[in-house]
Design a protein around this ligand. Structure first.
Ligand code: GDP
Ligand code: MN
Length: 386
C-alpha cells in the first residue's frame, strides 16, 4: 500500500525527520489560507501516489496567498500525467502547501529490502532529485549502500558513514546521521517495503530536510498498523483490483496484455503467464482464485475479466488438487449463463473430479476451446486473442 506525500511527511516527522512546514488543502481557498498562515513563499504540490509530478506540471511556486490560490486552482482537479501514471493521468484531489525551500543541494536517501540477503538496505546518493534507477544505470558507484542487521538495528555510525559518503560532513554529519536513523525507524516499525526521500535537500541556510517522501507498506502486515491502513486511498488504485479484493476472489493484478487468466495457485499463475509469453502472447492480468470450491468465485472472476475491455480471450488453467474440477466447471457454466462472455474461452482442466467436470461441460453445450497440455492451451489462447 502507498500513501500520499503529506501523509508520508507526517509519519517522518513523528520519527524526528525534519520536513518543511506545511498542510494539505482540498480547495484553492484552503490553500490560500495555509499560505497566509505560513507567511512565507510556498510551493504547491499535487498529491497523487505517482512520482514525477514536477515534470508533469503538478508542482508550482507561489510568493503569497493570492498566488497560492491561483496555483492550487490550476492543480486541483487536473488529470496529472507523469511517467508513473497511465496515459490518462491521475485526478488531483488535494495539494500540499509548504514553505518554499531555498535548495542548495538535492540528494537521495532510500531503504528497501535486499532480497538477495534478506536484509534492509539503506542507500544514499549525492545525486538526488532524479530517478535512482537512472543513477544506478549510469553511475552505480554514486550510490552508497549499507545493510542493516535487524537483530541489532540501525547503528549510529552507519548513519554518519552514509552522510559522509554523500558529502554531508562537518556540521551536517550529526543531523544527517540522525535523519537517516529516523527514516530507518519509520521503515522498520511500520513494516515498509520501501521508504524513500528524493530529494533529500541541503538548504541555503544549512539545514538538511526531506523535500519529498514516499513509503510502500507491506500489505500482509497492515493488520498490525491500523493507523496506516486507514490512510488507504482507493481512488489511487486500479478499480478492477479493488473490486477483486472486495469480492474476495483471490489475488488479482492488472497487467498490460490481452489474455485474461483464471488460475488456482500463485505458482500456476506464474507458469501460465510464462507459457503465454512463450507462445508469443501477453497476459491481461494475474488472477489466482486459490483453492476454490465455490462456483461463485469462478463467476466473480469472470465478471472482473469481462469488465476489462483489454481482455480478448480467456485462459482457464486449473489443476484440481484440493479444488474440485467439477465445481470449477459448474462455475464456468454459471458464468456463461449469468453474463455475456463475448470472448473465446480456452479451458485446461486437470486433476480431482476431472471426469465429472468434463461431463458437466459436455452436457452444457458450451463452446469452449479445450486443451490438456499447458503449452497447447497457451498457444490456443494467443491465437484466439488474435
Ligand atoms: P516528484 O517530481 O513527484 O518526485 O516531486 P518532488 O517533491 O520530488 O519535487 C520535484 C522537484 O521540485 C524537486 O526535485 C525540487 O527540485 C523541486 N521542489 C520541490 N519542493 C521545492 C521547494 O520547496 N523549493 C524549491 N526551490 N524546489 C522544490
Ligand atoms: Mn521526488
Amino acid at each position: 500500500m502507498k500513501v500520499h506525500e503529506y501523509q508520508a511527511k507526517e509519519l517522518l516527522a513523528r520519527y524526528g525527520v525534519p520536513v518543511p512546514n506545511g498542510k494539505v488543502a482540498g480547495t484553492a481557498d484552503e490553500a490560500a489560507a495555509i499560505a497566509k498562515e505560513l507567511g512565507v513563499p510556498v510551493v504547491v504540490k499535487a498529491q497523487i501516489h505517482a512520482g514525477g509530478r514536477g515534470k508533469g506540471g503538478g508542482i508550482k511556486l507561489a510568493s503569497d496567498a493570492a498566488e497560492a490560490r491561483a496555483a492550487a486552482g490550476e492543480i486541483l482537479g487536473m488529470q496529472l500525467v507523469t511517467h508513473q501514471t497511465g496515459p490518462g493521468g491521475q485526478l488531483v484531489k488535494r495539494v500540499l502547501v509548504e514553505e518554499r525551500i531555498e535548495i542548495d543541494r538535492e540528494l537521495y536517501l532510500g531503504i528497501v529490502i535486499d532480497n538477495s540477503v534478506g536484509l534492509p538496505l539503506v542507500m544514499a546518493s549525492a545525486e538526488g532529485g532524479v530517478e535512482i534507477e537512472e543513477v544506478a544505470a549510469k553511475d552505480p558507484d554514486a550510490i552508497k549502500k549499507s545493510l542493516v542487521d535487524p537483530t541489532i538495528g540501525f547503528q549510529a555510525f552507519q548513519g554518519r558513514d552514509l552522510a559522509m559518503a554523500i558529502g554531508l560532513g562537518g556540521e551536517l554529519m550529526r543531523p544527517a546521521g540522525n535523519l537517516i536513523a529516523g527514516l530507518y525507524g519509520a521503515f522498520a516499525e511500520n513494516d515498509c517495503s520501501l521508504a524513500e526521500i528524493n530529494p533529500l535537500v541541503v538548504t541555503k541556510d544549512g539545514r538538511v530536510l526531506a523535500a519529498d517522501a514516499k513509503f510502500n507498506f507491506d500489505d500482509n502486515a497492515l493488520y498490525r498498523h491500523k493507523d496506516i491502513a486507514e490512510l488507504r486511498d482507493l481512488d489511487e488504485e486500479d478499480p478492477l483490483e479493488v473490486a477483486a479484493q472486495e469480492s474476495g476472489i483471490g489475488t488479482y493484478i492488472k497487467l498490460t496484455g490481452n489474455i485474461g487468466c483464471v488460475v488456482n495457485g500463485a505458482g500456476l499463475a506464474m507458469a501460465t503467464m510464462d507459457a503465454i509469453k512463450l507462445a508469443g502472447g501477453d497476459p491481461a492480468n494475474f488472477l489466482d482464485i486459490g483453492t476454490v470450491n465455490d462456483p461463485d468465485r469462478v463467476i466473480a472472476s469472470f465478471r472482473i475479466l469481462m469488465d476489462d475491455p483489454d481482455v480478448k480471450a480467456v485462459l482457464i488453467n486449473i489443476f484440481g488438487g484440493m479444488a474440485r474440477v467439477d465445481v470449477i466447471a459448474q462455475g464456468i457454466i454459471d458464468a456463461h449463463s449469468e453474463m455475456d462472455v463475448g470472448v473465446p474461452v480456452v479451458a485446461r482442466l486437470v486433476g480431482t473430479n476431472v471426469e465429472e467436470g468434463e461431463r458437466l461441460l459436455a452436457e452444457s453445450g458450451l463452446n469452449l476451446i479445450r486443451a490438456n497440455d499447458l503449452g497447447e492451451a497457451a498457444k490456443a489462447a494467443v491465437e484466439a486473442a488474435g
